[in-house]
Design a binder for this molecule. Structure first.
Ligand SMILES: C[S@@+](CC[C@H](N)C(=O)[O-])C[C@H]1O[C@@H](n2cnc3c(N)ncnc32)[C@H](O)[C@@H]1O
Length: 209
């Protein structure tokens, strides 16, 4: 286990350390992760069904899907993203697009965090949700990034309940994830949950415990 028990603790630490000017969160739900943002950070949240009762100060919530948001990201106002958090639809190829779009609009020294990258078991990492805790197959996003973007630093931190991946070394001009999207999806879709045991989580996910 890392020094941090939960992904909320680790997310709060990133806000304290980085003090991002602009934080973009894909998937805000009830706003629990938004509540960890420090004063002085402008927030853009994206969610087709936000349920945030009291948004924090300096927060714009755009009620749409991430794909639609990034097709015309006017709410960014041209400002680079210092810290991005991908926690939207828990299907890996969607998360890959979210990471690619966050990177395209990132500051070069920006950071992207990806929730749910260290799955618990086969059932909670299935494509269809049948459990309360549900990571979906988001972990495959990390496998894809490590294979197809070896220039990035991609590590998965073992925090409860289902891990948090940290992506740095971003290159907003790199178009590999867009240009090779179909090839990436075809190859990475072949991985199954038991490959995490067969090949190992350190190898596939860059797991840090
Ligand atoms: C797990 S919740 C987010 C939890 C929140 N980040 C937190 O930690 O408190 C996932 C959210 O993603 C949203 N979502 C689903 N599909 C989405 C999409 N295509 N684009 C953006 N958000 C999406 C859902 O509506 C839901 O509110």
């Amino acid at each position: 286990m890392s020094d941090f028990a939960t992904y909320y603790e680790l997310l709060a630490w990133f806000h304290e350390q980085l003090k991002p000017d602009l934080y973009v969160e894909v998937g805000v739900h009830q706003g629990h992760s938004l509540a960890l943002v420090q004063p002085g950070t402008r927030i853009v949240g994206v969610d087709p069904e936000p349920k945030v009762a009291e948004p924090p100060p300096s927060c714009t919530i755009v009620e749409t899907t991430s794909d639609d948001f990034f097709a015309d990201p006017a709410a960014l106002e041209g400002q680079p993203i210092d810290l991005g958090f991908a926690d939207g639809l828990h299907h890996w190829e969607q998360t890959l697009r979210d990471v690619a779009n966050l990177e395209r609009h990132s500051a070069p020294d920006g950071t992207i965090l990806v929730h749910d990258c260290n799955p618990i078991d086969d059932v909670t990492s299935a494509r269809e949700r049948t459990t309360i805790v549900w990571s979906g197959d988001v972990w495959k996003t990390v496998v894809a990034l490590r294979r197809f973007r070896p220039d990035l630093s991609v590590r998965t931190i073992d925090v409860e309940p289902t891990g948090l991946a940290v992506v740095t070394g971003l290159d907003p001009a790199n178009t590999v994830l867009f240009d090779e999207y179909d090839e990436i999806v075809a190859e990475i879709d072949q991985f199954a949950y038991n490959d995490l045991d067969r090949i190992g989580r350190v190898e596939l996910l860059g797991l840090v415990t």
